[in-house]
Design a protein around this ligand. Structure first.
Ligand code: PSU
Ligand code: MN
Length: 305
């Protein structure tokens, strides 16, 4: 395992000593944002986690080796040379490892590695979900299947409206995944705090979040993950109407250009950002940092012995 999975000394010590550890994904760095925003965001998120007293563990595959915990210079290097990295979800792992390739991990792949490494709390921006038109395309993110089978708590800001939110919530219910609103009953849709749909339950503090994680993983020993949904702070919320129009245009272009498979999500993220002149990216950054603070507090509660 040692040659395959390399966990930094800092992260290993933190796990051993019951310090809060927060896993972070890397597809967001290589396929979710442009340079240098991607690097600034990734480093900013790590700082937020440290400022709360927890330890960040960004996950990626470099030359066929799975790395957990990166140095800031490495994050800079990855963000700069992002085109070198293949988007890695569960199905891509074996290929990237066998070919000693470079892979940035999606929510699904990051959950897998966090679980292997013994990390239970993972912060991201938005998860993949059921795409609009999935009744024709069958496009359902492997993130949702992973949430159904891997015991890691994922902290996010809900799902973007590029997705079919009602179907995404139905799918999570089928997979047995608690969808937990953080200080809200409403399921957030990333740029705005309320999608008009409800979470399956809600909690009001990191302590309550930690109790729920303990009940699911330690007492009941369930294998399903948990989704914690933190609404974007009101003052940072994007103009919902502008984002919605951009999403509609991006979806139409997607259709016209026959984009499919793993390219769909990166295409939509990029186009929405371009059409809104970077407004979506700005909200994106504020919101991930907010998730990181909440995730760090939850991790500290959960990990303390
Ligand atoms: N949604 C976002 N930002 C992202 C992603 C999704 O708002 O960066 C990335 C995440 O890494 C997520 C992946 O796990 O896209 C989902 O891709 P797909 O839909 O192809 O499963
Ligand atoms: Mn897909």
């Amino acid at each position: 395992m040692d040659n395959l999975l390399q966990i930094s000394q800092e992260v290993r010590d933190a796990i051993k000593n019951g310090k809060g550890v927060v896993a972070l994904e890397s597809t967001i760095i290589t396929h979710g944002m442009e340079y240098p925003t991607n690097v600034q965001t990734a480093l900013g998120v790590e700082e937020e986690i440290r400022s709360k007293g927890a330890i960040p563990a960004t996950i990626i595959i470099i030359q066929g080796i799975i790395r957990v915990g990166l140095r800031p210079e490495e994050i800079e290097e990855i963000g700069k040379n992002k085109q070198k990295y293949q988007k890695c979800s569960r199905r891509d792992f074996a290929q990237i490892i066998a070919q000693k390739g470079y892979g940035s991990t999606t929510v699904a792949a990051t959950m897998m590695i966090a679980h292997m490494a013994g990390i239970k709390v993972f912060v991201t921006g938005g998860i993949g979900g059921v795409h609009r038109g999935a009744e024709h395309t069958f496009d359902i993110s492997a993130d949702l299947v992973e949430l159904g089978q891997t015991p890691v708590a994922v902290i996010c800001a809900g799902a973007k409206s590029i997705l079919d939110i009602p179907k995404t919530l139905e799918y999570l219910e089928t997979q047995g995944v608690p969808v937990v609103g953080y200080k809200t009953k409403h399921f957030p849709n990333f740029f705005t705090p309320d999608s008009g749909l409800l979470c399956s339950t809600s909690i009001n503090s990191p302590q309550e979040a930690s109790e729920l994680i303990k009940a699911q993983f330690n007492l009941l020993k369930l294998k399903n993950g948990i989704l914690f949904c933190v609404p974007i702070p009101q003052e940072q919320a994007a103009d919902g109407l502008i984002v919605q129009q951009a999403i509609n245009q991006a979806l139409k272009e997607l259709d016209d250009q026959n984009v499919n498979g793993a390219l769909v999500t990166p295409f939509l993220l990029k186009r929405v950002n371009e059409i809104t002149n970077g407004m979506s990216s700005k909200s994106n950054v504020a919101l991930i940092r907010n998730n990181a603070r909440v995730g760090a507090e939850i991790a500290i509660q959960f990990c303390s012995k």
